[in-house]
Each structure stands twice: as C-alpha cells, then as structure tokens.
Design a protein. Structure first.
Length: 482
C-alpha cells in the first residue's frame, strides 16, 4: 500500500506528483502550427514514484520523467517515460522509497548502500547522436530518442573520470562540440571540478580537473568562443554535516563569490579567479569575449531561491525580501586585481534561453521568465514555490522589452527556442502553461519576435503536466529514422 504524499509545497496542489507514463497521439490543437516546426521537444520533470523515505523531501529529488512532444506535419504527439535509473529500479522493486535526504547517502535505507542515487531529472540533451538525461550529482543516462526507453548509464565509453556531469552543458553551434563540467567530481563534498569537452560525435576530447575555492553548488557555467567561466556561489557543502545526516547544502552569506576564467583551449592551470561579496545564481543567459574583456549575463540574487536550502541555513526571509536583477558582469583579463564590473540589464527573473546560434558570441536577444505581481498573486508551481507568470523578450543592448503575461490563475514553465528556416525570422518559443483552476495544461507556441501577440497555436493536454525543469528542441532531421 502506498502512502499519501506530504501536504508540503513540494508535493501538493499543482506540485502534486503525476507519475503518468503515456502515449497520446494527435493532441487537440487550436490555431495554426507553422509547418516548419518539425522535430521533438524533450523536457525533464522530477516526478517522485513514491512518497519520501523520510516523510518530506525537496522537489529536486523526484525521479526523472522525460516527456517528448513530437511535431510532425502539423500533428503533435506526447510520450512520457520514467528514466529507469538504478534508484528508480530499486524503489520500484521495493514498492517504496529507499533514498533519504537530497544528496545525502548517509540517510538511505541500508538495503541501497552503494546504489547510484542519480535521479537524472534535470535536462535532456541531444548530442553526438545520443539522448542523455542529466542531473548534476551523477553521470548521464542514455535514452532511446523515439521510445524513451532507458539504454543505461553513459560515461563516454568508460572515458569519463568525473563521477558527476552538470545538467547545464554548453554546445558550440559552429563546431558541434559539447563543453561541460562536473563538480564534486571526485566524490561527495569534494572541491574537485572536472572540465570536459566532447567532439560533435560524442567522443570525449579532454577532461582536466581543478579545485574550486570551496565546495559549491555549481549548477551552471558559461563558455565563450575563447574562454571557459566557472562561477562559484556560496551555497556550500560539508562532508561532516552530510555524514551526520544533515543537509548537503547551506547558503553562507559570509563567503565571497569566485569566478574562475581560463582560455577554453588552455589549461586549468591558467584559471584566474575574480571575486566579490556573496550572492546567488543558478542559470546564465549567455557569455562572450571581446578581446581580453569577458561578459557574463545572468540573474543575480541576494539569497538562494530554494526554501529548503534557506531553512537548512537557518535563514528565514520572506520571498518578497529576496532581491534579484538581470545583470552583466564584465571581467577584464588585461587589468590587475579581482574586481568585477556590473551593469543592470533587466528586471528579476530566471530560466534564461537564447537561440542556439547566439551561444558564446555577441548577441542581441534573450528570453527569460519573471514573476510580475501585477499579473496575479503567487501560485505554487515548481521547486522554488511561486511559479513564473510572464515571459520576456529582452534586447540586451537597449533594455527594450516585450512581455507575454499569463492570466491571474496560470503559471508558465520553461520555454524552449525553435529556430526558423526562414531568413530573418527569429524563430518560435514553446512552453507549458499551468492552469491552476482546471488542473489541465496547455502548450503555447509563439513567435519569438512577437511573443507579446500571444500564441499562434495552443495544444491542449488532457491532464496536468507536473512542472518540468529544463528542455531542449531537436529538429527532425537531427534524429535517426524511427
Ligand atoms: C536545480 C535542479 C535540480 C537539482 C539542483 O534548478 C538544482 C536547479 C532538478 O534538480 O538537483
Ligand atoms: Fe537549471
């Protein structure tokens, strides 16, 4: 008999587990889907199979579910499957949870000692002819891009030494290379960071390790055509605390932020560290180099956004007191010192995305999400509590913004960008809209340049899609024949 899920923020209301594996052909569609949209949109959703082992847990621990929206000749089909990780398989066999606290193996049921804890629930990427489900605390798991069946762990044919692989890899649009890293690469709460590059065929070209200034939750990094950038924000781990059964992460406002920059083809011995007082960031919009000046664009906050991390840190702060802004940090590699220049680009928000071709180079347009209190009251959806209710297209050079707001009873999940084949066309954004009143979801397809005009097409789901984390679009011609 399976117990109820807790009534906490992470498991109730729109955040209630869904656990639906399905195949739905020909979703109901309103409006007109541009016929150049041919391909698959993969998204990762943490969706716990069983109620938490210790009574409560964070959204971030949920078993990885991958959904695939296939767009074909004006039709849209949906498939959802769990990633069959070792963790998932062990729990399914026991018909209950066996893994304890987020990223703390010392709190697990003794029967799963030594079993890989990876939930592979954060980002699906398509690279080197493989669909990989990623989560930052473990290695990749490969899935069949059509059936979504799990093929098994992926460690670059035994080549990868790092025990972990970030969910935020960076692909070079021109070379097809995949840049990535792993933190806690040498094991739990180690300062080891592995910097890795795979070629366009998915062969590991290099892996080089360095030590971060302290153990940090390095969720994302950035790469330019010339440099690799490793930001270290003070959400920190301690092995002692973990061994005592405590939280893996706390936020430490007394520690500085460090940003390590190296020539991307150089050595980690060339890393130069810049520094400034504490703050928090999870996702980077883009970065580029202009000679010896390196620019990094992202949402910078004065506090960690996750309630479970603030609680573990004994920081009690109302969400209204968490301040953030979209900023550009500029690092001058020609000058001396550790100083970082800061310029404000836009209002607070997260889930930044750009066109694939704009990655790593000077660019104009970013798309990100905001919570605008004028649109409606906060509604719980996703891991940080209040979901976003507005998508913004920002011209980073001028600050000019276009917005698409949801209605007061809806939130929005991360958008993906779909490139257009039409010259001069900015492409499309697609995203799941959470309808809190009906508990049914919709997918919107909008023109990226004119997102303020609203959806070209609305795809109706017959149930609620639990809040996903990240997704990616793969054009049909990049996938093998079905
Ligand atoms: C994030 C998500 C995670 C995780 C750590 O969005 C950070 C941030 C879904 O899992 O484990
Ligand atoms: Fe992320």
């Amino acid at each position: 008999m399976t117990d109820r899920f807790p009534a906490s923020m992470d498991f109730a209301g729109y955040n209630a587990p869904s656990r639906i594996e399905c195949d739905i052909y020909d979703l109901v569609l309103e409006g007109t889907l541009p016929d150049e949209i041919e391909g698959s949109w993969y998204r990762s959703v943490p969706d716990p199979q069983y109620p938490p082992f210790l009574g409560d847990d964070t959204f971030l621990s949920g078993d990885g579910m991958v959904s695939r929206f296939r767009f074909e000749h004006g039709h849209v089909d949906l498939r959802q499957r769990y990633v069959q990780t070792a963790r998932f398989t062990a729990e399914r066999a026991a018909r209950r949870s066996l893994f304890g606290r987020y990223r703390n193996p010392y709190t697990d049921d003794p029967s799963v000692r030594g079993v890989d804890r990876g939930a592979n629930n954060t980002t699906p990427i398509w690279h080197g002819g493989r669909l990989l489900a990623l989560k930052e605390d473990s290695r990749a798991v490969e899935l069949d891009p059509h059936t979504l069946e799990t093929r098994g762990p992926w460690d670059y044919q035994g080549q990868l030494r790092s025990q972990t692989m970030t969910a935020h890899t960076r692909a070079d649009f021109d070379t097809g290379e995949l840049y990535f890293f792993g933190y806690e690469a040498g094991g739990l709460a180690t300062r080891d960071v592995a910097y890795c590059v795979a070629d366009r065929n998915g062969r590991l070209l290099r892996e080089e390790w360095f030590e971060a200034p302290y153990v940090s939750m390095m969720h994302d990094f950035a790469v330019t055509k010339e440099h690799a950038i490793f930001p270290v924000f003070p959400t920190t781990a301690s092995l002692e605390r973990i061994k005592a059964g405590g939280p893996h992460w706390i936020y430490e406002p007394s520690k500085d932020i460090y940003v390590g920059i190296m020539p991307r083809n150089g050595s980690v011995r060339d890393l130069r560290w810049f520094r400034r007082p504490a703050g928090s960031a999870y996702h980077f919009l883009n970065a580029y180099s202009e000679g010896q000046r390196v620019h990094l664009d992202f949402g910078l906050a004065n506090m960690n956004p996750f309630p479970f991390i603030r609680e573990a840190s004994n920081i009690h702060m109302s969400p209204a007191d968490i301040k953030s802004q979209l900023v550009r940090w500029t690092f001058d590699l020609a000058g001396p010192g550790e100083n970082i220049e800061e310029q404000v680009l836009g209002p607070p928000g997260d889930l930044p995305r750009i066109a694939n071709r704009d990655h790593m180079r000077d660019y104009q347009i970013g798309y990100y999400q905001r919570f605008d209190p004028a649109v409606g009251p906060p509604l719980v959806a996703g891991p940080v509590g209040a979901g976003f209710n507005t998508i913004t297209r920002l011209q980073v050079k001028t600050g000019q913004m276009k917005n698409l707001a949801m209605d007061a009873r809806s939130t929005v999940q991360e958008h993906v960008h779909v490139a257009s084949r039409i010259a001069g066309h900015e492409g499309y954004l697609m995203f799941v809209v959470d309808r809190h009143d009906t508990a049914l979801s919709e997918v919107f397809v909008v023109e990226a340049e004119h997102l303020d005009r609203g959806p070209l097409a609305r795809i109706q789901l017959p149930f609620r899609l639990r809040c996903g984390v990240h997704g990616n679009w793969v054009p049909a011609e990049e996938l093998p024949a079905e």
